[in-house]
Ligand binder design. Structure first.
Ligand code: PML
Ligand code: MG
Ligand code: MG
Ligand code: MG
Length: 237
């Protein structure tokens, strides 16, 4: 599902379902599109595709932890510390790159060592897609976005992509200030404040390490591989 107003993106969501689960889940996605804090859309697009079940890859959710901070400044410092744990010397330059993601539909794919941007289309970015939790259809309350669960699903897929060493994310929802850094090395680390309450800016950066020329394997995985994520927690501990 994609919803927009005056051609501006409002919300998006996807599911991997059995055919018999389609009708109730489509209704839930429409409800969700209609009730977003960013406003009411004037266009809702629902796309349904068949999936070859043999081609679905199953992975485990990243382990989750939370770090409580008092201010966005403190949150950003935690982010810097974690980037340093990955052996990155230019961690503050990486964080400054967030500004360039605000208008993008997808995420930035950034060579973490050279700071070269690797997206073939710099305005669109990379869209991590074709992923869901195993068996979400019936337990999901449908109309409302579960930021946490959806982010864990996406981050688990992204962390599993070739040459990705980490992902950093700040929500673009004005009333959602918790963000995260995720990596196979330390799991999904929530940081309770990464921006000021009410701020509409956010984005995602996928950090890539390796030869930039090998990026297409990574991009193909992120955008095309069907992935179901096992053991996604329903809420942070
Ligand atoms: C988004 O708006 O899609 C990003 C959500 C980040 C979720 C962070 C968390 O609660 O763990
Ligand atoms: Mg979204
Ligand atoms: Mg965006
Ligand atoms: Mg959002």
């Amino acid at each position: 599902m994609r919803a927009s107003k005056s051609a501006e993106h409002i919300s998006g969501a996807e599911k991997i379902l059995n055919e018999k689960e389609l009708d109730t889940n489509i209704m839930a996605l429409v409800q969700r599109a209609l009730h977003h804090t960013k406003g009411q859309p004037d266009l809702i697009n629902i796309k349904i595709e068949t999936v070859d079940a043999q081609k679905i890859e199953y992975i485990d959710a990243l382990p989750v932890s939370s770090i409580d901070v008092d201010s966005p400044a403190q949150g950003q410092n935690i982010l810097l510390e974690y980037l340093k744990k990955l052996g990155l010397r230019n961690s503050s330059s990486i964080i400054k790159k967030f500004k360039e993601t605000y208008a993008m539909r997808g995420a930035m794919l950034l060579n973490a060592d050279t700071l070269e941007r690797l997206e073939p289309n710099l305005d669109r970015g990379i869209r991590a897609t074709y992923m869901d939790a195993e068996h979400t259809a019936l337990t999901d309350n449908g109309c409302c976005k579960n930021h946490f669960q959806e982010a864990v699903i996406l981050a688990s897929k992204v962390a599993n992509a070739p040459n990705i060493i980490a992902e950093i994310c700040i929500s673009d929802d004005p009333d959602y200030v918790t963000g995260y850094i995720a990596s196979k090395k330390f799991g999904y680390v929530r940081i309770t404040k990464l921006k000021k309450d009410g701020c509409p800016y956010g984005g995602r950066i996928f950090l890539y390490r390796g030869r930039s020329g090998d990026k297409y394997e990574c991009i193909d995985y992120l955008e095309k591989q069907h992935v179901l994520v096992r053991s996604v927690p329903s809420a942070p501990a």
